[in-house]
Design a protein around this ligand. Sequence first.
Ligand SMILES: Nc1ncnc2c1ncn2[C@@H]1O[C@H](COP(=O)(O)OP(=O)(O)O)[C@@H](O)[C@H]1O
Ligand SMILES: [Mg+2]
Length: 241
Amino acid sequence: MLTIEDLSFSYGTIQTLHGVSATMSPGRVTCVIGRNGVGKTTLMKLIMGTLRSDAGTIRIDDHVCLANRELSVNLTNRPASQRARQGVALVPQGRQIFPKLSVADNLRVGLEAIRPRTRHVPQEIYDLFPILWDNRLRPGGNLSGGMQQQLAIARALVSNPRVLLLDEPTEGIQPNIIQQIGEVLGNLVAERNMTVVLVEQYLDFVKEFGHDFYIMNRGRVTAGGETSELTQELISTYLSV
Ligand SMILES: Nc1ncnc2c1ncn2[C@@H]1O[C@H](COP(=O)(O)OP(=O)(O)O)[C@@H](O)[C@H]1O
Ligand SMILES: [Mg+2]
């Protein structure tokens, strides 16, 4: 279980998040939705630790303890590298593939999070995305947008995270690959009991693959529940442009 409580953050003097609280459960896909500029990416960076919150707490409580990971860990004051070792991984908005590195080397970057050090990308990663195996020697920059997104997800998965954060993974991706990505997420929560946090503006994807949702508006959580309860009224109030 990932729990965030009363998280606040400012870029300089501009307060961007105001006391955000949420819980994200293992075995479920929790969607964070809201219009552009409401603070979704900022929240993901705060959970990953690439930005530090001004106030509030972030913690993981788990039932299953993997090697080198604590059962219950307060992440709030830990750097991103330690959060990664504790099993938090982020698929950033815009993918952030290294264009000149091969697919295989992009995946090896994800291994940096693991201790002890290894250079070996587990075969199961390629099994999840066979197209990455077929293209493992190609530079990341030469791949289609959809394949780059699969690579970004695979790179986050090489450290076998317990919390996987994805920031708008369907942005600019063709429908057949969107479907494949959704199915992979479904398997990760069902088979590995992963906690998946999905920032998403594509509502059909949220309804098909998400279990729970939080709506953000102007740096605050304004609604939450199960995706089956996502009403047209909420959608037109907080999501329609
Ligand atoms: N590096 C930054 N410096 C200053 N302001 C920023 C920075 N990044 C984002 N913002 C601002 O913070 C707010 C929230 O941004 P963001 O978290 O990216 O929103 P979302 O992901 O929901 O579109 C926006 O008003 C945005 O302009
Ligand atoms: Mg964003």
